[in-house]
Design a protein around this ligand. Structure first.
Ligand code: ADP
Length: 289
């Protein structure tokens, strides 16, 4: 293996690292949305969290690093969109003045295209998503990671800087919960603060009578949060409105359909907003020391 680096290589690397740091320094909060396994509603949570944060006036970026199965474009009504460049940086797709989106899905010619990439290439593309996209100043960058603890979340952790945090989505069943345990361990190993665990598809609220029916065992996420000593962020019930939203590309956070799903999401947003001052103060203190 050739391990020689020319001075030009080193110069380029240094410059690119500085560019990345500069870009990341303009983003206050980087939230990785993780899950132990697929199909638990992680992308749905990521998209709706980004929309709900934008609705309370925050500058928000939504980055989809689910390279093998990008679903953000569909969930937010941006299928078929492509990205442009201003000659210097890649321009994210805007859904509102304060909400910009980037996904590998925008770079694929067809939604049937499959990406076959190994770790180093994934690292490179995620680096580009963070460094070369004109995110501007953001309050939040919500990052939808693929399920599990593979190359993508690891790359984001390595590239995004020290203040990234994780929100873990699970369904309440035992099987899903044991995968989440691995997720929490991963976060601890890479020093990623876990904001908390959100239990999705937790019970079903009858749209007719409002009664709650527990289709699966409820409370797995809460028990796990207690066991692993991370905050429990609440429960989003199984909600037919969410399926309709996902299929139609209109996030439920944008549809203002009152009910327990939106209430649970708003509670998460409220807890994030309430801790903003304290987190920023902590970051300032760290910079001084
Ligand atoms: P993941 O990112 O974990 O693979 P998705 O967010 O793509 O999961 O969601 C998988 C499917 O489940 C989608 O069809 C979505 O609309 C649906 N879904 C997600 N959360 C809920 C919920 N709380 N109630 C009903 N359907 C949901």
């Amino acid at each position: 293996m050739n391990t020689m680096h020319t001075p030009v290589d080193e110069e380029t690397q240094k410059r690119e690292t500085l560019e990345l740091q500069q870009r990341m320094s303009e983003i206050h909060h980087k939230l990785l949305v993780l899950s132990g396994k697929g199909g638990v509603g992680k992308s749905t949570v990521a998209v709706n969290l980004a929309v709900a944060l934008a609705k309370v006036g925050r500058e928000v970026g939504l980055l989809d690093v689910d390279i093998h199965g990008p679903s953000v474009p569909k969930l937010i009504g941006l299928e078929g969109q492509t990205v442009r460049s201003d000659g210097v940086a890649v321009l994210p797709v805007r859904v509102a003045n304060n909400l910009a989106v980037m996904s590998i899905g925008f770079l694929l010619a067809s939604k049937a295209d499959a990406v076959i990439w190994r770790g180093p290439l994934k690292y490179k593309v995620i680096r580009q998503f963070l460094k070369d996209v004109a995110w501007g100043r953001l309050d939040y960058l919500v990052i939808d990671c693929p399920p599990g603890t593979g190359d993508e979340p690891l790359s984001v952790v390595q590239l995004a800087g020290p203040n990234a945090e994780a929100l873990i989505v699970t369904t309440p069943q035992q099987l899903s919960v044991s995968d989440v345990r691995r997720c929490v361990t991963f976060c601890k190993q890479v020093n990623l603060t876990v904001l908390g665990i959100l239990e999705n598809m937790s019970g079903f609220v009858c749209p007719q009578c409002g009664a709650r029916i527990d289709l699966f065992k409820v409370g797995g996420g809460e028990t796990l949060a207690r066991e692993t000593k991370v905050p429990f962020l609440g429960r989003i019930p199984f909600d037919p409105e969410i399926v309709i939203s996902g299929d139609s590309g209109v996030p439920f956070a944008d549809r203002d359909v009152a009910g327990p799903s939106l209430a649970a999401l708003r509670a998460v947003v409220e807890s994030l907003v309430n801790r903003e001052g304290a987190v920023d103060q902590e970051a300032r203190t760290e910079q001084i020391h």
